[in-house]
Ligand binder design. Structure first.
Ligand SMILES: CC(C)(COP(=O)(O)OP(=O)(O)OC[C@H]1O[C@@H](n2cnc3c(N)ncnc32)[C@H](O)[C@@H]1OP(=O)(O)O)[C@@H](O)C(=O)NCCC(=O)NCCS
Length: 163
């Protein structure tokens, strides 16, 4: 699954979006550690960082996670996602949990996050995202701009997007 640039004519297409691979793990981890205080992820002990790396190479490395790369090859951003099989109800379609997202500082406000999420929307499955109450990036404001609505899930309050 791939996407090019942005969907806004006012923004330059300076990045492309594709599926995350194992080979992206180290570069994606650098961006994740950079944005961690904003998410916020507070435990960045060596053990916690090793667990994040294992998650990127393990459960996050699936057909739903995407990465944005700049023209110079830098990782501009990522959206780690996974199929929320644990929460499936009989007869209901599976849904995708958006876990962590991050856009490197030089690439923010250029439509990278919008393009990452729009790429995952191409699966035409419901998406949900939990926003931590102390998130420092206004995610509760940003997600509705992409068509998400506030709702609930077994895990508590979340934002939903449905195809
Ligand atoms: C949140 C984050 C992913 C946004 O990425 P981005 O690529 O800069 O976002 P986009 O440029 O795609 O913007 C998407 C929309 O949100 C708006 N937006 C972006 N940052 C915003 C902010 N801090 N406050 C309010 N709105 C914002 C944009 O104006 C845009 O709206 P529009 O298209 O209707 O004009 C990025 O700031 C980031 O990495 N933050 C740190 C990590 C984090 O908090 N992750 C979320 C929890 S896992």
């Amino acid at each position: 699954m791939q996407n090019q640039g942005t969907d806004s004519p006012s923004r330059e297409a300076t990045f492309s979006v594709r599926n995350l691979t194992m080979a992206d793990a180290a570069s994606a981890l650098v961006v994740l550690l950079d944005v961690a205080p904003l998410i916020p992820i507070r435990n960045l002990s060596p053990e916690a960082v090793a667990a994040l790396r294992a998650a990127i190479e393990g459960p996050f490395c699936n057909p739903y996670s995407v990465i944005a790369t700049a023209q110079n090859g830098d990782v501009a951003g990522f959206q780690f996602a996974k199929l929320a099989e644990d929460f499936e109800s009989p007869g209901e379609p599976p849904c995708i949990k958006l876990v962590y997202t991050g856009v490197a500082a030089p690439y923010r406000c250029k439509g990278v996050f919008r393009c990452l999420v729009k790429t995952i929307m191409q699966h035409r499955l419901p998406l949900f995202a939990e926003v931590l109450p102390d998130n420092q990036s206004n995610m509760a404001t940003i997600l509705p701009r992409l068509g998400f609505v506030a709702g609930t899930h077994l895990i508590g309050p979340v934002f939903w997007w449905r195809p």
